[in-house]
Design a protein around this ligand. Sequence first.
Ligand SMILES: [Zn+2]
Length: 181
Amino acid sequence: MLFARRIEHCQVCGTPVEHKVPADDNRERAVCPSCGHVHYVNPLNVVGTLPVWGDQVLLCKRNIEPRKGFWTLPAGFMELGETTAEGAARETDEEAGAHIELGDLYCVINVVSAGQVHLFYRARLLDTEFAPGPETMEARLFHRHEIPWDDLAFRTVRMTLDRYFADRETGQFGIHCADIR
Ligand SMILES: [Zn+2]
């Protein structure tokens, strides 16, 4: 996934770039040999929620690649002009059409290999009326014993659910930080 974001052509003039360490830098960048533009690629934030209704959690079956047909928590790329919390709420609306009361930040997971940081907020569902958007085949509630562990889309979703069910035993929900390399 990291290399999916590798730049091959200059975003200013379209010339094939050279990958080299620019002067006064210490990392390899995509440098345009024609106009001199240096491309800086930095990690992206993926923001989402863990929506809960009683002792059930909401999962969405993905209708898009990657991991089409697998189950995920509602989440997606943060947009310019919004906060992480606003992005998480927006993704929950777009992917599940779920009505939530957003709670506290719950998991921050560095996905180093993909150049992403995943942030999940806890959320309380206000009702069980879901209206999945085009990126979702199905949105439904799962009891703990029903969670499709083998068909989860992403490791960060598994980690967040693992921690949630463990915390629910104690009733103590802090913030969890983890790294995937
Ligand atoms: Zn250029």
